[in-house]
Design a protein around this ligand. Structure first.
Ligand code: MZP
Length: 496
């Protein structure tokens, strides 16, 4: 064996140093969009995400509900492949059936309604926005909008009627069909509104563009506002049944696929990538992985992977390092693969984005991973804590928690990912609980605010700039041990 001169390091071992913060560095100016798939250097990727977060290809994480919520927040989910093809395709189709345009028909109110009535309507519909029309019917003339945000602001004046509030919204918001998403984007920013109504010539609201929907397309898009826009969703595939699974997922409308394996440096992945290119050319996009070094990256990039996923053994539920002795600290893995991605781009003119997968314990680790050069992040534990994840919420020792298990646990028995032959001879994942944290949208909003704030301190207004200019230092062993103990107590999944 050859012993490499490296100490394998993880995210918690690094801190960022501030760079000069200048006038450009305001939260509204921070662009968190990222390329999802390969593209020529200097061009824009054909698929981008407005938010650099994707949810893990795991049964305990990526449900239909979570996929919709994450798409609204500007990221993308990957529906897991450890289930019959028809069921996975059904989940993909269920996400695609939902319209990104907001349904407004059941959330109308008259200007003479009281704020109490508006509150009841918000609660009953779970909606973030109420359309005010002259007669309270969807067919009535559009007068204004109230958002939950406005409502929270005026909550202490409950005896007032809707009228006084919605006038502000009416002044600030205008919209029309045929407006480009770039125009919608600037209007949303300029008006500081979360919602833009699309109004037909006769004054009726035909759709609403929510800031969250808009985030899907971001300012690069030339598309026009369209009430029937579909949410984006990804899907995991494996190297066993891909001849049947891939066509079914493509048919169901999956926007992007990803090979799901703990070790992607294999001819099996090369075969699948070759199949996709031969069968679909560039019409079907597929990521591959996972790898932890430059060799693995180059192999998959050469084989045609649209993005490459980095990480072995760093997942919060993962025991691969204990069971098999394989893995690498996520920070060290990223550092090497990032250097290889950049060298590859230089040599070939082709930029193959990197996804850092697993091991994000604190929100600050997201900033560290992106500073290291990851294009976007795959998260399991983070999303498993939210209402939208598919698992049970239970009370454990007085604390509300949600179930979370690894794909290599005996509960999941993901044989395509972890099996030896036809079965799972030993476990590579644990079955446990994570602290319940509430809704995805609320949590992602806070997480992104932190990320923007970090980038402001580091003087970067885009992720590309953050990659290029971030400066990282290593913390002392003592600090690291202290942090790890805290993390162990509060953040790691509790094993059942
Ligand atoms: P985390 O966000 O919970 O730290 O890590 C999620 C990642 O862990 C997944 O995207 C996947 O790569 C990996 N994973 C999933 N199941 C297992 C396992 O059972 C695992 N060992 O390591």
């Amino acid at each position: 064996a050859r012993i490499l001169a490296e100490i394998s390091r993880t995210f918690g071992e690094y801190l960022l140093l501030p760079n000069l913060t200048d006038e450009r560095c305001t939260p509204g100016n921070i662009d968190l969009s990222a390329p999802l798939v390969r593209h020529r250097v200097g061009e824009l990727a054909p698929i981008r995400v407005a938010t650099p977060l994707v949810s893990a290809i795991m049964g305990a994480v990526s449900s239909v509900e979570l996929a919709i919520a994450l798409a609204q927040a500007g990221g993308i989910s990957f529906i897991h492949q450890n289930q019959p093809i028809s069921e996975q395709a059904g989940m993909v189709a269920a996400v695609k059936r939902h319209k990104a345009g907001f349904r407004h028909n059941d959330v109308n109110i008259k200007p003479s309604a009281t704020l109490d009535e508006a509150d009841t309507l918000f609660k009953r519909t779970g909606s973030d926005v109420i359309v005010v029309t002259d007669d309270g019917n969807p067919s009535g003339t559009f007068l204004g909008l109230i958002t939950t945000q406005d409502f929270n602001f005026i909550r202490h004046r409950r005896d007032e009627v809707v009228d006084s509030r919605m006038r502000t919204a009416r002044e600030l918001v205008t919209g029309a069909e045929g407006m480009s998403l770039a125009e919608a984007n600037s209007l949303l920013w300029d008006s500081r509104q979360d919602v833009l109504p699309v109004v037909s010539a006769d004054g009726r609201v035909t759709a609403l563009v929510h800031r969250r929907d808009e985030a899907l397309h971001h300012k690069f898009s030339n598309e026009t506002v369209d009430a029937a826009k579909r949410f984006r969703v990804g899907a995991g595939v494996n190297t066993h049944d891909y001849l049947e699974r891939i066509p079914a997922l493509v048919e169901a409308g999956a926007d992007v696929l990803c090979l799901d394996s703990s070790d992607g440096y294999s001819v099996w992945q090369q075969n699948v990538l070759a199949f996709v290119r031969k069968e679909y050319g560039d019409a079907v996009r597929i990521g591959a992985g996972n790898v932890v070094d430059g060799r693995g990256f180059r192999f998959l990039a050469d084989a045609g992977a649209d993005f490459v996923k980095v990480g072995i053994g760093g997942g919060s539920i993962c025991i691969t390092r204990d069971q098999k002795g394989i893995g690498r600290g996520q920070a060290s893995a990223l550092a090497e693969v990032v250097a290889e991605r950049d060298a590859y781009a230089e040599e070939t003119g082709m930029y193959v984005p990197l996804c850092s997968d697993g091991g994000i314990i604190h929100d600050s680790h997201m900033a560290i991973a992106l500073a290291f050069g990851a294009d976007f992040l795959m998260l399991g534990r983070y999303f498993a804590r939210f209402d939208e994840s598919p698992t049970n919420k239970v009370k454990l020792a007085g604390q509300v928690v949600k179930e979370y298990w690894g794909e290599g646990s005996s509960r999941a028995r993901n044989v395509a990912r972890y099996g030896q032959g036809k079965d799972l001879a030993f476990e590579e994942g644990v079955d446990g609980y994570v602290p319940y944290a509430g809704s995805l949208y609320d949590n992602v909003t806070v997480t992104l605010a932190k990320l923007r704030s970090t980038m402001i301190s580091c003087g970067a207004i885009s992720l590309r700039q953050f990659h290029d200019t971030a400066r990282l230092v290593q913390v002392s062993q003592q600090t690291f041990v202290q942090n790890s103990e805290e993390v162990q107590r509060n953040e790691r999944p509790t094993v059942a």
